[in-house]
Design a protein around this ligand. Structure first.
Ligand SMILES: Nc1ncnc2c1ncn2[C@@H]1O[C@H](COP(=O)(O)OP(=O)(O)OP(=O)(O)O)[C@@H](O)[C@H]1O
Ligand SMILES: [Mg+2]
Length: 255
């Protein structure tokens, strides 16, 4: 895990007088699973959108594999970077197969190759093609739709997949199941970098090889989960961990 994939160097972002991100610097390596944790409004989504040029920084530099991101064609770039969000679901008028095929079609893949890839991905997310390929999104549960979202993001074999609170809208049991599947999927893919935003500290610590903690537009700690737990760097990280301790106390009290 030593090959740098993406680097932020002193990145800043403002809207008018309002500073959203200040002096953000970090590197992500190939094959890492990164989670981003922080309060609402701390700049997590903004940071993610800078990674695929849905937004541009006002200062600083972002490099992808040693080249300035700003020099990459945004459309081509977004086809190389998967993006999974909670709010924008699947295209409702397209079948599961056609949803997954969106980017491969844009890239001009032939039908045989697309069908093979769709089958492969549906198997990977454990929704077999015979049962699911021809369904429409409304014929799927929320958790199944999220898995199709993940399959769609992986369709054209991207280097990196960005997830913005992908499991926010599913129940706790399905959420645990999806977390486990995503972790296994990441492991089995080997060289893909996943970046996942969550409000859930358990999710962040469970999924992340490293956890990025943001507070008010700043990166306050970026460490392995065990380091976050054993040596929280700021009061903010400590207060996040206190919520875990509180939950555990509550659960402990119930047994
Ligand atoms: N287009 C915009 N114009 C002005 N302010 C914006 C714009 N987009 C985002 N912001 C502000 O930037 C800040 C960071 O937003 P961002 O969406 O990155 O937060 P977040 O950490 O993802 O929050 P949440 O957990 O609620 O999703 C917020 O205060 C938000 O109001
Ligand atoms: Mg957000």
């Amino acid at each position: 895990m030593t090959q740098e994939l993406l680097t932020f160097e002193g990145v800043g972002k403002s809207y008018g007088d309002l500073t959203i991100l200040s002096d953000l610097s970090f590197s992500l390596f190939k094959g890492e699973f990164i989670t981003i944790l922080g309060t609402s409004g701390s700049g997590k989504t903004t940071t993610l959108k800078l990674m695929n040029r849905l937004l541009e920084p006002d200062s600083g530099k972002i490099m992808l594999e040693g080249q300035p991101l700003a020099e990459k064609d945004p459309v081509a770039l977004r086809r190389q970077i998967g993006y999974v969000v909670q709010q924008i679901g699947l295209f409702p008028h397209l079948t599961v197969r056609d949803n997954i095929a969106t980017v491969p079609k844009l890239l001009g893949w032939d039908n045989a190759r697309i069908n093979q890839r769709v089958e492969e991905l549906l198997t990977m997310v454990q929704l077999p093609g015979v049962d699911f390929a021809h369904r429409y999104p409304k014929e799927l549960s929320g958790g199944q739709q999220q898995r199709i979202g993940v399959a769609r993001a992986l369709a054209a074999n991207p280097k990196m997949v960005l997830f913005d609170e992908p499991f926010g809208a599913v129940d706790a049991i399905t959420r645990h199941h999806l977390q486990e599947q995503l972790k296994n999927l990441h492991r089995s893919l080997g060289d893909k970098t996943f970046v996942l935003i969550t409000h859930d500290i358990h999710e962040a610590l469970y999924l992340g090889d490293r956890v990025m903690v943001m507070d008010k537009g700043r990166l306050v700690q970026f460490d392995r989960p065990e380091e976050i737990v054993s040596s929280p760097k700021t009061d903010f990280v400590k207060s996040l961990l206190a919520t875990v301790n509180r939950q555990e106390k509550l659960l402990g009290g119930m047994t």
